[in-house]
Design a protein around this ligand. Structure first.
Ligand SMILES: [Zn+2]
Ligand SMILES: [Zn+2]
Length: 140
């Protein structure tokens, strides 16, 4: 996605575009595809923007999330964000903690939910197990 896409979605939520907020957008774009937390962004951006607060990071992530620009999911009380808004599974390795995107047939999953009369607005699929590296080299 272009930077304008993220800037526009913040403007729609009535956020002024400040250097701090642009730094957050840069971090989000640099970590696409990928998964990140508010703490991670805060720790990386505060080197460049020393007056930034964790609350600012949260507010921006919340605005991007409600605009549908990023998705979020929770693992053991930690909220993760990602720019991949297509339906997919997030595979969490129980050994190394790495999160990987896996392709899932989202249409058939969602339509099987909707045949029961429910309407899906957001779907997250968490899959836990061992990643390829940890399976092949269990003691590494
Ligand atoms: Zn692993
Ligand atoms: Zn993902």
């Amino acid at each position: 996605m272009e930077k304008e896409y993220y800037i526009d979605s913040l403007k729609k939520s009535n956020f002024k575009i400040t250097p701090q907020r642009l730094c957050i957008i840069d971090y989000v774009m640099d970590n696409t595809p990928g998964h990140f937390t508010a703490d991670e962004i805060f720790n990386n951006v505060k080197g460049k923007e020393p007056t930034i607060t964790l609350a600012t990071v949260y507010n921006i992530l919340k605005a991007l999330h409600s605009a549908g620009t990023i998705k979020s999911f929770e693992i053991n009380g930690t909220t993760w964000f990602e720019t991949n808004t297509e339906f997919h599974g997030n595979f969490i390795c129980a050994n190394c903690g790495k999160i990987s995107d896996v392709d899932v047939d989202g249409d058939s999953l969602i339509s099987s939910v909707e045949t029961t009369g429910f309407e899906v607005s957001e779907a997250n699929l968490l899959i836990k197990g061992l990643c390829r590296d940890c399976r092949l080299h269990p003691n590494a």
